[in-house]
Design a protein around this ligand. Sequence first.
Ligand code: ATP
Ligand code: MG
Length: 384
Amino acid sequence: MVANGAGPVRGKDDVVASSSPDFVGGGAPLIHLAGLTKRFDQFVAVDNLNLDIARGEFISLLGPSGCGKTTTLRMIGGFEDPTEGAIYLEGQDITYDPPYHRNVNTVFQSYALFPHLTVADNIAFGLKRKKVDKKEITARVGQLAEMVGLADLVKRKPRELSGGQQQRVALARALVNQPKVLLLDEPLSALDVKLRKQMQLELKKIQREVGVTFVFVTHDQEEAMTMSDRVAVMSEGRLEQVGSPEMVYNEPATEFVATFLGAANLLRGKVIEAGQESWIVELGGGEKVAAKPSPRGQRTEVTFGVRPEKISLVGTSDERDVVANQVSGTVAQVVFFGVASQYLVVLADGTEVSVYQQNSSRTRSFSSGERVGVVWDPEASFSL
Ligand SMILES: Nc1ncnc2c1ncn2[C@@H]1O[C@H](COP(=O)(O)OP(=O)(O)OP(=O)(O)O)[C@@H](O)[C@H]1O
Ligand SMILES: [Mg+2]
């Protein structure tokens, strides 16, 4: 088993509650990024990033291509010097330490296995170089091969393995060094969708078993949400929001986060009444709805969002739910998926609202051109 701080035995301060939006490592963070900035000439690739990462946490850096994920990871790994700011590992400033002096390992997108070495020798490579005792090498390689599900394949060469199996070798090779932190840069992107989904679950399971802190880079929001304790959403070098998957999905802090993490209907309106618990907002078409108060405080206009799966459609003659918001619209488009249907509904002010409705035996279907009521619970919305 992997030993010490990186091992499977977790202290109580190692546990990261997956539901917590904020850093809850208890005590000092394992990694602390302080004002981390990277400029390439005039171009700012990473812009004043402040982030604490807890011991044992699975955190993803999520964002579109070019937003600075790899650059951030490379700075943590020691492959790139920051222009400004600092990186702390267990309270120690490691900003300018070379990669081999940090207790951090990286799994790159291209696994770069040694083609002439067997699986076992690939995994053992780092330990042999460190002149670890032979018996211990055999034991640790055996354990890691078992853990990543390669116990029967240790004598094979990389070319005799599938993509997913090669990925596991790369993972085992990095974990055998017992790093405090494992950095993974889109490690599953070369795999086909099915294998990728399977590896996501396995990778998460392995991470829980070894208790090593994973910093995982991906531009795939679903991947980030299924695997992570917390997701750090980045855009144009900046950190937009950090929180549990539920938090960044249900309570996005910015329009960018709202739309990057799945579909979001954004509605704008005038704030008529700003109560403590709820605001009354008048939409462009004159209809009034309730919305959550904006976390940014009092304002005269507000943008709020509702996810497509949190809206339902009703017929215009159906009885009205007094608690929920209801506005009227016209169905502009229907796409039938089998289990669900996606509706595009146009409201009085021209806003297009996307609605995702499960096709159960009780839900009514609507056709293009039909007048409908668009209904949602104010609690299921978020205000920006
Ligand atoms: N060595 C470099 N010199 C100049 N610009 C660079 C260099 N490395 C990265 N950049 C730029 O910095 C920005 C961030 O790059 P980075 O590789 O961190 O993005 P990313 O979020 O990992 O994107 P992707 O999802 O495509 O891998 C990009 O605009 C990129 O072109
Ligand atoms: Mg990248």
